[in-house]
Ligand binder design. Structure first.
Ligand SMILES: [Cu+2]
Length: 151
């Protein structure tokens, strides 16, 4: 039996190296406040591959469209800017979080939000894609100050 083990181990290593090495962690989508039809999603993107990769699109059957956005300061005002792609260096990670990089989710499906089962697919420049299940965050309006007008 011992003699078979190295063979098995080699095959296992090859199979692993063929898999996508991009990971999505802590994906969460914020339920829109009442009267709004647009929302944001946040996550941690890790690239464990030995080369850089670009996030080129995100889609969901539960949303009309999803865009990659970032916030930029311009004339003392915070403005959202859409990014076509987002590069992640080899071995690097990028955090999408409140006040910075975020996914803009257009017309999220209420039923999916209420059921807590909101899935997304992330597409990368190397042709790989990653499916991820988002948790749904319900926002308390008073816990979210409108801090978009710093000076
Ligand atoms: Cu945005």
């Amino acid at each position: 039996m011992n003699i078979k083990f190295p063979t098995f181990f080699t095959l296992f290593l090859i199979a692993t190296s063929l898999q996508a090495q991009t990971e999505i962690h802590s994906l969460r989508v914020v339920a829109p406040i009442p009267g709004q039809d647009i929302s944001a999603a946040y996550f941690l993107l890790k690239n464990d591959a030995p080369s850089s990769v670009e996030l080129i699109s995100v889609e969901s059957e539960h949303a009309e469209a999803i865009q990659i956005h970032t916030n930029q300061m311009s004339n003392g005002m915070m403005r959202m800017v859409q990014l076509e792609t987002l590069p992640v260096e080899a071995g690097g990670q990028v955090e999408f979080k409140r006040g910075g990089l975020h996914l803009m989710v257009f017309s999220p499906d209420r039923q999916a939000l209420d059921s807590g089962a909101f899935s997304m697919t992330f597409h990368f420049s190397d042709g790989s894609s990653v499916d991820a299940e988002a948790t749904v965050e319900q926002l308390m309006p008073e816990s979210e100050p409108m801090n978009h007008h710093h000076h």
